[in-house]
Design a protein. Sequence first.
Length: 621
Amino acid sequence: MGEDLPQPTDVSFGTVVNDMVHADKLDLLPAIHQRWKASGIPPTDQLGTAFALGFSMIGEVALGSQWVDTVLERYQTLDVITYNRLIRACAFMEQFDKAYTIFERRAWPTKQVNPRTFYTLLNACSLSDLSRIDLTRTRKVVFQLHQYWQRTEFPWNAYVATKFIQAFSVLNEPTRASELLEKTLELLMDTATVDQINTLLTAFGKLGNVGAAQLLYRFMCQTSRIQFNEKTYVALAQVCEHRRSTLDPTMLWQEYLKRTPSPSIDILNRFLICFQRRGEPWHMDTLLEALVQEKLTPNTVTYGIQISRCCNRGRLTQAYELLAEMKTRGVEPSLTIYNKLISVEAKAGNIAQTEVLLRRITEQGLSPSPFTYSAVMTGFQTVGRFADAYQVYKTVRSQGVPMDERLFNNGIAVCLQNGQLEEAMGLGDELVDRLGTMSSITFTMFLDQIQRPSQLDTLQAIRKWLDQSQVSRPDAMLYRKLILAYGRVDQLTQAFDVWDTLCRSNFIVENQLCSALLWAVIRTGAPLETLANTLQQIHQYNPRLVQTPLLNTLMQLFSDAKEPDRAYWVFEMLFSRFQCQPTLQTMALLKDVAYQFDRPDIAQAARLLAKLEYPTLAFSS
C-alpha cells in the first residue's frame, strides 16, 4: 500500500485529494489523511475542503463535519467554488441546516454564489424522501432560496429551474410550480435533458399537478429534440392515475408499443397500477393478456398489483392462491404485499391470520414498516383488544420504528383508549413538530378527553397545535368539539373566540356549531341575557340559523338540565322575537316540560298555541 501513496514532495496533498474526489476513488483517503497529519504541513482552504468533501462522500460524517468547521473557522474569505464544495459536503452528510447556514451567513453576504450554489442547496433538501426532513423548515428554506435567486441577475438554466419546480411540486405548491414552469418552458424545451423532463413529470404525477404535467407533455410532443424513453412513459402513466388528467393512458400505452415493440415488465406494471387506480379493470385484463403473449415473467410488483386487486374485490382466497404461486415460482413476496393482506385481515378482525402474516415477514428477513404496525394496531382495536394494541405501540417506540402520520395517529388513538393521555399528548407534540400537520379525527379524539375545568392547560395545548399545524380536512365537527370543550372547562370567552374566528373566515357555519356555542353558554351557567345576546349575534350573522330546529334543541337542553322556566323562556324568545314557526316537535317538548315539572301555566300556553297553529291536534289536559 505504501507504494501507492504519493510523496508529499511530488504534488500537493490538496491536488491529490481533489483528483481522488473527482474520480470518486476514495479508498486511499484515510491513509492519505494519516500521511498528511504526520507531515506537519498546515492545511490550506483547498486541502481542508477536499478532505471535507472526500470524507463526506465515504460516510465519515464526524471527520467530514470537522473539516467543514475547520475551513470556515480558519478562513473568513473563501471563493464561490470552495463554498459550493462545502455545501455539497454538508449535503452528502445530510446536514441541511449547516449547508443553508454557510450560504446565508457566509456565501451570500460576500456575493460568492452562482447558479450551482442554488442547485447544490436544492439537492441538499433531500426532496426525494420527505420522511427524512423537517417539512416546515424545508418549505421555508426553499421559499427563501427562490427569493434570493430572484434578487440575483443569473439567467435561468435547466438545472436550477428543474430543481425549483421539483421542490415546489414536492412541497405541495402546485401553483408556484406551474407558474415557474410556464416562465421557463421555452428554456427547458431548448436545453433540458430528457432525464430532467422525466424528473419534473414524476414530481407532477406524485403530487397531482396534472395541469403542469399535461402542459409539459404537449410541448414535448411539439419538439423533436427530446426523445421519449421508458421513464417518460412511466412518469406519464403516473400522471394518468389522477382523475383530472385528460391524458389517455390507453393511447400512451399504444404510443409506447410503437416506439418499443417489446415492452418490459416494469413499464407494464406501471400501466397496470395506473388502470387499477383509475378503476378500469378491463384495461388491466388486456395488459395481463399482453404479459402472457409477450412471455414476460411476472415479478413481485406484478403479483402485488394482482393480489391488491383481489383484496379490493373481496377475493381473499384468490389472493392467497397468488401468494402460493409466488412461492412456487421462487418470487419473494414484498413487504407491500404482506401489508395489503395484513390490512384486509386486520380490518376484518382476523387477528390470528394477521399474526401469521406478521411472522412470515420476519421469517423472510423483512422489517415491518410503519404501515405494518399501524395495520396490526387497527386489527387489535377492531376487536376491542386495546391493551394488545398498546403493546404493539410500545414495541414500535422501543425499536425506534420511523413514525409516519398514520402511525402517529394510530399511536395516539391507542394511548387514549388505554387512558394514557399524557403519553398521547407527547405524541401529539412530536407529530406537529415533525410533520406540521394533524388530522381532524386526531384533534377530535383529543378534544373528547377534555371533560372538566382542571384540564384547561391540556385544552390550551391542543388549541396551540390547531393554530400551528395544517389541519388535514378541517370540518364542522372539529370546531364543534373545540367549542364544546371550552364550555366544559368554563371558558366561554374562548368558545366565542372560536366562533368569531369561523364567522370572519370563509368557513360555512351550520346549525351544529350554533348549538355547540349555545350549549357552552348554558354549560357555564351564564345569565339569560348572555343567551339572548348570543342568539341575536347568531341571527345577525345568518338569520337562517335561528330557526325552529335550534329552538327545539335549546328547549331540550334546558329540559334535560331540569330548568323548565328557561325552557319556556327560550320558546317565548324564539317565537316572539325571531318569529320561529313552532312544529309538532315544539308542541311535544312544551307538553313534556309542563307535565314533567308539573307546570300548568306552561301546559295552558301549549294548549292555546296548539289551537292556533294546529287546530286539529288532540292535546289532552
